[in-house]
Structures are given as C-alpha cells and as structure tokens.
Design a protein around this ligand. Structure first.
Ligand code: SF4
Ligand code: SF4
Length: 104
C-alpha cells in the first residue's frame, strides 16, 4: 500500500511535506512533491488530507482487496469527499466532516 503523486496537479505548496510523520515527502527542483522511499509509506493519509488540489492518490492493491483501484480525497469546505475509483466500476464517494476525519 502506498500513495501516488499526480505531478501534473501538484502546485508545490509543500503542505504534504510538513504533514508526513515519516518525513518521506519533499519538493523536487521542479517544485513538485515526491516521495523518497515509497516502500516506507504506511498509508496514514495525512498528506492526502492536507493537499488542496487532490494531487495525492492512495493505491488500493489486491493485498487490501482494492482490485487495483485508487482513493483520492477532495476538500470541500468543512467536508472531505473520499473517492474510490476501481477499474470497470462506478466510483464510490464517502463524505466525511473534516472534524471527524481521523475517526476513519
Ligand atoms: S500516507 Fe502518511 S506515511 Fe505515506 S507519504 Fe503520506 S503522510 Fe507520509
Ligand atoms: S500538498 Fe499537494 S499540491 Fe501541495 S506540494 Fe503536496 S502534492 Fe503538491
């Protein structure tokens, strides 16, 4: 399990680099977020919750029943929309109050 950074969406704000408890993220010389060692990511999703442009996705591999899908988080005022996209299926969206986001 790990994140995937969509470079084309990243605006280089650096919020994810400050949020990662493992100090795994940094800004490249191009000003885009990158992960140092993807195998060290334990999927806490802190970086995803901080990203203002949904540039970080979470890969849902077969090891956790994810069928190769991706989860992204969209910020919307007081809410997060957690979107799970799987090949060949409709997206599933869960909306959660940001104040309660760490309960899930
Ligand atoms: S999911 Fe957690 S551990 Fe992985 S890069 Fe993001 S903040 Fe760091
Ligand atoms: S929080 Fe999002 S936009 Fe900001 S540097 Fe990280 S990936 Fe890029």
């Amino acid at each position: 399990m790990s994140i995937r950074i969509h470079e084309e969406r990243c605006i280089g704000c650096g919020r994810c680099t400050e949020a990662c408890p493992g100090n795994l993220l940094f800004l490249s010389v191009k000003g885009k977020a990158q992960i140092r060692t993807v195998e060290d990511c334990w999927g806490c999703t802190a970086c995803m919750k901080e990203c203002p442009v949904s540039a970080i996705g979470y890969f849902l591999g077969a090891d956790i029943g994810g069928r190769g899908g991706t989860m992204t988080i969209e910020r919307d005022g007081h809410f997060y929309h957690w979107r799970v996209a799987q090949p060949g299926r409709d997206d599933v969206v869960m909306t959660i109050d940001r104040q309660n986001a760490n309960q899930y």
